[in-house]
Design a protein around this ligand. Structure first.
Ligand code: DSN
Length: 414
């Protein structure tokens, strides 16, 4: 993107974008929920579809002039259905939390009981945390990971479900590194008569790339953001059984949202087309290989990883044995151009702003082209940076090495 007109019109914003572009290309992006979209996806976000109002759905809009918008949205819907083997897809959800709000609105009444994974055990705010709308509006009961194994204890989930008789069970996470036992969740939900809701925001790309199990064919409803491992624009989709299609669509519009963002829906369609290609499977497989390799290297260097490894694209690393908390680690690693996000560990004794861990993920660096062999270098830089946290000189040297290395891997869109 050359931003020629923007440069003339608004230098302040132009400069900020160019600086961010430089930061992204010179640094090692390990935030597990981030990725680099392709040039085609990027271009599709900047087009005249942004001018258009199209409340409603293809063929049933509340504004005129929909002939091309309908084509775009129909293509996005068909590709989403094909990618995830879904009976129905709503591609209008603006992002993950609004998508989840629409799911709850379509299946529940305020005050209904729901089961969700606790935030500091790897869940998401919108899975029932008290400061979030989900925890305020619905009666969430939270399940946890087993303190010994760091994995979701399915016997415990069943025990809680039998006792609490929830109306819905939510399976999904934002900081959990193991395969989710979707079938077991479904069995438990069937036993207590609960709806099944999977939030696959983190692993959607790994599922689409056929590297992880897909809950879409047998769960009642599934939401995902489109911008994480799936490598699309910032946004979300909701998929469900055909019998729930009307209620889900009604919850998104007019329940939760007004006019859909059709330029982003177009961009989602482009990303889905990319994800349907065979090379996307290779990318998804490599994301997991890289995560396993990075986890292995860190374990060799004495780091404690929650659940002792990973099956997916992320890992939560307890930094306290290295004498720093997650916030300090995030700040130190920022200084060397390695971008991570602080994270709680299960039963974290520290507060969320200064939690014990960091969450690392490999989607973005895999998109850049890094492979298992590069993970040793990366783990060594993390270790060196933490060890030399008080030496600006050493940190600057590491930053230069990280930059020189990253620039060997082209960043899409630049
Ligand atoms: N905040 C996102 C993440 O980083 O996982 C989830 O919404």
């Amino acid at each position: 993107m050359n931003y020629k007109n923007l440069q003339e019109e608004d230098k302040d914003i132009f400069d900020a974008i160019k600086n961010e572009e430089r930061r992204q290309s010179e640094g090692m992006e390990l935030i597990a929920s981030e990725n680099y979209v392709s040039q085609a996806v990027l271009e599709t976000m900047a087009n005249v579809l942004t001018n258009k109002y199209s409340e409603g759905y293809p063929g049933k809009r509340y504004y005129g002039g929909q002939e091309y918008v309908d084509i775009v949205e129909e293509i996005a819907i068909e590709r989403a259905k094909k990618l995830f083997n879904a009976e129905h897809a709503n591609v209008q959800a603006l992002s993950g939390s609004p998508a989840n709000a629409a799911v709850y609105m379509s299946f529940l009444k305020p005050g209904d009981k729901v089961l969700g994974l606790k935030l500091d055990h790897g869940g998401h705010l919108s899975h029932g945390h008290p400061v979030n709308f989900s925890g305020m509006l619905y009666d969430f009961v939270q399940y946890e990971v087993n303190p010994e194994t760091g994995r979701i204890d399915m016997d415990k989930v069943r025990e809680i479900a039998l006792k609490e008789k929830p109306k819905m069970i939510v399976a999904g996470f934002s900081a959990y590194s193991r395969e989710i036992e979707w079938k077991k969740f479904k069995e438990i939900a069937d036993e207590v008569g609960a709806f099944t809701f999977a939030d696959i925001a983190h692993t959607a790309g790994l599922i689409a790339g056929e590297q992880m199990d897909n809950p879409v064919p047998f769960f009642d409803v599934v939401s995902t953001t489109t911008h994480k491992t799936l490598r699309g624009p910032r946004g979300a989709i909701i998929m469900c059984k055909e019998k729930f299609a009307k209620q889900v669509d009604r919850a998104v519009f007019p329940g939760m949202q007004g006019g859909p963002h059709e330029h982003i829906i177009a961009s989602k369609a482009v990303a889905f087309k990319e994800a349907l290609k065979p090379e996307f499977k290779t990318y998804a497989g490599q994301v997991i290989k890289n995560a396993k390799a990075l986890a292995g290297e860190l374990i060799n260097l004495g780091y404690k990883i929650v659940s002792d490894g990973t099956d997916n694209h992320l890992m939560v690393v307890d930094m306290t044995s290295k004498g720093v908390n997650g916030r300090e680690a995030e700040e130190i690693l920022d200084k060397v151009g390695i971008s991570v996000s602080r994270s709680t560990i299960p039963n974290d004794p520290n507060p969320p702003m200064r939690p014990s861990g960091v969450r690392l993920g490999t989607p973005a660096i895999t998109t850049r082209g890094m492979k298992e062999d590069d993970m040793k270098k990366l783990a060594d830089w993390i270790e060196e940076a933490i060890k030399n946290k008080n030496s600006e000189n050493e940190l600057n040297k590491i930053k230069e090495n990280v930059k020189e290395f990253c620039l060997k891997f082209p960043m899409p869109g630049v």
